[in-house]
Design a protein. Structure first.
Length: 84
């Protein structure tokens, strides 16, 4: 195990000589940022907001709703695919 102040080198960073602590903070912030992006996409797909069970997709949505929802997302995604 390395100490938190172990030296490191990340050649593509503006200041490439860093400590392990800096790398760990960077990874943590990147992970939380991308997890947030994924959560936004999930909210758009299932209609749930945050962790509030009252806002989650409830059993009142039937198979027809989800079939339509899937089709809507598929139509939106299709233009972004290489084959379009």
């Amino acid at each position: 195990m390395l100490p938190i102040d172990a030296p490191g080198h990340v050649p593509w960073w503006p200041r490439p000589d860093v400590k392990l602590f800096n790398i760990m903070v960077h990874i943590l912030s990147e992970t939380s940022r991308h997890a947030g992006h994924a959560d936004i996409l999930r909210e758009q797909l299932d209609g749930a907001i945050g962790t509030d069970p009252g806002s989650a997709a409830s059993p009142e949505y039937g198979a027809a709703y989800w079939k339509d929802r899937y089709a809507k997302v598929e139509r939106a995604a299709r233009p972004a695919t290489p084959t379009g």
